[in-house]
Design a protein around this ligand. Structure first.
Ligand code: MRU
Length: 325
């Protein structure tokens, strides 16, 4: 099942907001359709929104510079979005064919995910219990995914893993998307509420934590779905390796530390009203709804990219892969 499907000159995307109950594809036509899809998380996950925006830049007739600004403003935290639109602007200025460039971004992501999955798998053992947070699978990328990549690749190679997936409040990407993807792939998966992670770690059920990332700062701090930093703190407490998986394009060398990452803040209605027929809190209750948080590099065991496994000291080792470019 493809999340972003370009065929016969037309783009279709899988609406992730109605998963796992319905499989519905939408064909966006205007810049507002693309913006809305990114903003409302119909298309979500850092690499996927980059790929999707790449197609928007290629297929829409709007002024490319204005379009880039407009699309970038849909979600501020994942660097892949502005990375992809900047790459499309460069292609436009160089007079390249924009559809081929968008397809290239898409195909390169498939390759990157495969490499990340292989590196990630090399750190795991058959039978491991794995905790995931949010969704960093094929739905969030192209194929395999980043955080889920080692599990999906491992399954193909005959490994048996026991995945525990945090439901990931407030938008439930773990419940709706990760458990769906893992079930479909035939991987043993147990869904837990976010506040159960400590218990399953204490009970010895977790051998490693795998998460994706929306932006990697130059010092190795990473932004990912809200709640990730708490999971990293728990992993440190229980002495469990905490692995962050993401492509090279997620490293933002212009961003010195996690404090420089803009954290998207979303509507209170996602906390108060979204998942039940009745409101889940009083109308007047104040809400704070940051969509991401930053995990300090000191809590990270390794960052797994398509260019290899990076360990501390992160600043120096992240710089080294840039210098090898
Ligand atoms: O708000 P979302 O669902 O787009 O958040 C997604 C995540 O936090 C993912 O872990 C991250 O984008 C990496 S996806 C490979």
């Amino acid at each position: 099942m493809k999340n972003i499907d370009y065929k016969n000159g037309k783009l279709f995307f899988l609406d992730q907001t109605v998963l796992p109950n319905r499989i519905e594809y939408i064909h966006p036509l205007t810049k507002e359709d693309y913006y809305y899809a990114i903003k409302t998380l119909q298309v979500r996950g850092a690499p996927a929104i980059g790929i999707f925006a790449g197609y928007a830049m290629a297929l829409l007739d709007d002024d490319k510079y204005e379009l880039k600004k407009y699309l970038d403003s849909a979600r501020p935290t994942a660097v892949n979005l502005s990375w992809a639109t900047s790459r499309m602007i460069k292609a436009y200025e160089d007079g390249k064919d924009l559809v081929s460039e968008a397809i290239a971004i898409h195909n390169e992501d498939i390759e990157m995910c495969k490499k990340i999955s292989e590196y990630g798998l090399s750190l795991l053992k058959d039978g491991d219990g794995i905790l995931t947070h949010c969704n960093a699978g094929a739905l969030a990328t192209s194929e395999y995914g980043t955080g889920l990549g080692p599990l999906l690749l491992g399954k193909e190679k005959g490994y048996t893993f026991h995945a525990y997936t945090d439901e990931t409040r407030p938008l439930l990407q773990g419940a709706r998307l990760t458990s769906f993807e893992l079930e479909k792939a035939g991987i043993d998966v147990t869904l837990i509420c976010d506040n159960m992670a400590s218990l399953v770690m204490k009970q010895g059920k977790i051998d490693a934590v795998l998460v994706g990332t929306d932006r990697i700062a130059a010092n190795g701090d990473i932004a990912n779905k809200i709640g990730t930093s708490g999971v990293a703190i728990l992993a440190k407490h229980y002495n469990i390796p905490f692995y962050v998986l993401g492509p090279y394009s997620t490293i933002d060398y212009n961003c010195p530390t996690g404090d420089d990452i803009v954290i998207e803040e979303r509507e209170p209605s996602e906390i108060k009203e979204m998942w039940y027929r009745e409101p889940m809190a009083l109308k007047e209750t104040k809400c704070y709804n940051p969509a991401f948080d930053v995990t300090d590099h000191e809590l990270i065991t390794a960052i797994i990219t398509d260019r290899g496994i990076i360990r501390a000291p992160f600043k120096e080792n992240l710089q080294r892969i840039k210098d090898n470019d």
